[in-house]
Structures are given as structure tokens and as C-alpha cells.
Design a protein around this ligand. Structure first.
Ligand code: SAH
Length: 253
């Protein structure tokens, strides 16, 4: 019986891949993943056997990984960033309970999630309590997403938005911005990072009332992570330009 590893390989650049992820990927008999992710990993491990699948085929992909493990292979199922955060780890554990997969061990190999790699680009936006909300309603009903946005805003959390906007969901993104605007001051400091650890990485620090319009000119897309500050978040000037900082409360004057 093989093991299935749920591996997060970080935002893209090999320098953000942990040593454990490297060890597991080098030792795996088969690497399983979504095409875009396999394209990134294949450059590093060209000799490996790969099982590639498309978007929205996650369940099929994970079932195949389980079958390979039942047949005795060690399998790495890859997610970008961290494997738990909107990744494949949870689904693999759920599938491991099925009778046909009895005895397959699932192990999670953590990775650097976009909240942390993107946060580092902006400075220190998540220096205090924060929450991460995905705006994708493929697997989560939209009313729950709205409820969580309201709750996060009323709790004065720093809010990190994953899966912010696709071509089909511009309206929903605007609704999400509307909810934030209703519940937060319009001059809350925000930032985004696009293509973290990949070619064309870009970022910007701005104010909440500017966010809504950014979906229209495609300034933000599905490879963007958005940071909405809390009431204390500020811009700090540095020789390299402004940074987004959420103070922890040291009281620097
Ligand atoms: N497991 C991943 C998240 C997958 S959900 C993680 O922990 O980072 C996909 C969303 O994550 C994207 O829509 C985007 O919001 C964010 N994301 C993932 N990789 C990114 C990158 N390289 N640059 C910017 N955002 C990224």
C-alpha cells in the first residue's frame, strides 16, 4: 500500500518550495495535479511520471491518486501555495475513508500560501488577526460568502481575498466590494499582489473605494490575492516605496 501526499509547493518559484516538499516530490512514484501546476513542477522533476487533469476535475484526480496508492505507489498530489488552503488535502482525507481505499495513508506537506508570500511583497499586512475568504462560489453558496464578508468586516479583521474575480464573476466581485464598503470606512488601506513568485509579479497599495473598479480593467484576476486592512492598517514609506503594515500595537510614535 502506498502513501498519498498532499503537497503544497508554494506560489511558483522553487525558492519558496520547502525542503520537505522537495523530498516528497523527488521520492514520489507519480505526481498528480492540475495542468498549470504540473507545468510548473515538471521543469524541476522532468523524469517523473505525471497524471495531469483539468480544472473542476479535482475529485476524479484525487480518486485516481488513491487508486494508484492502493496499487502500491507513493503519490504526490500537488496544490499551489498550501495544500490545505483551498487545496486537495481535505478531499484526499475524505476519500481515504472510503472502503476501497482502506489502508491508504494520507499525509499533508505544508506550503507557503499566497497570504504569506503575498504579504511579504506588500510588507506586513497580516501583522494582526486576519481571515482568508475565497470569493469563488463554485463550491460555496454565495450567501455564505456574503455572510462571512460581513462578519469579518464587523470583527475588524484584516481580510485576505482568494479567488477574487473571474470573467464570469465580475458582478459578484463588485457585490463583495459593496459589502466591504458598507461595513468599512472607504479609506481603509488595501493592497493586492498578482503572480506572486512567477513572471510578471506586480503589486499595488491603494484605498478600499478604489477596489471595485479594478475588476473592469482586468487589473486584478484569478492570480491575484487581495489584502483589505483593518482599522489600524497604514502605509509606511520606505526607500523602495510604500508598504502596507498592520501594527500589532507596540505604540511606535
Ligand atoms: N492553495 C493556494 C490557494 C489556491 S486558491 C494557496 O495556499 O496559496 C487560488 C487563489 O490563490 C488564487 O485565485 C489567488 O487568489 C491565490 N493565489 C495562489 N497562487 C497565487 C500567486 N502565485 N499569486 C497571487 N495569488 C495567488
Amino acid at each position: 500500500m502506498g502513501t498519498v501526499y498532499a503537497v503544497g509547493f508554494g506560489p511558483g518559484d522553487v525558492k519558496y518550495e520547502t525542503l520537505e516538499a522537495r523530498e516528497v516530490l523527488s521520492g514520489a512514484d507519480v505526481i498528480v495535479g492540475y495542468k498549470t501546476y504540473v507545468d510548473i513542477i515538471r521543469k524541476q522533476y522532468p523524469e517523473k511520471e505525471y497524471l495531469v487533469s483539468g480544472m473542476r476535475e479535482e475529485e476524479e484526480r484525487c480518486k485516481k491518486a488513491m487508486e494508484l496508492a492502493v496499487a502500491g505507489k507513493n503519490v504526490a498530489v500537488i496544490s499551489s501555495g498550501d495544500a490545505e488552503i483551498y487545496g486537495m488535502a481535505g478531499l484526499l482525507y475524505e476519500l481515504s475513508e472510503k472502503e476501497t481505499n482502506f489502508g491508504v495513508q494520507v499525509k499533508t506537506v505544508p506550503g507557503l500560501s499566497a497570504v504569506l508570500s503575498g504579504g511579504a511583497v506588500l510588507g506586513a499586512p497580516v501583522g494582526h488577526d486576519f481571515c482568508v475568504i475565497s470569493l469563488s462560489d463554485l463550491l460555496t453558496p454565495w450567501d455564505i460568502i456574503e455572510k462571512r464578508l460581513r462578519a469579518a468586516a464587523s470583527g475588524d479583521f484584516v481580510i485576505v481575498l482568494y479567488n477574487p474575480v473571474s470573467h464570469k464573476r465580475v458582478d459578484k466581485f463588485k457585490r463583495a466590494c459593496g459589502i466591504l464598503e458598507e461595513n468599512l470606512p472607504s479609506d481603509i488601506v488595501c493592497g493586492y499582489v498578482r503572480n506572486i513568485g512567477r513572471d510578471g509579479c506586480s503589486s499595488r497599495i491603494f484605498l478600499l473605494h478604489q477596489l471595485k473598479a479594478m475588476a473592469d480593467d482586468s487589473e486584478i484576476d484569478m492570480l491575484t490575492t487581495i489584502f483589505v486592512g483593518n482599522s489600524e492598517t497604514k502605509m509606511v514609506e520606505t526607500p523602495d516605496g510604500p508598504r502596507m503594515v498592520t501594527p500589532r500595537g507596540y505604540g511606535v510614535k
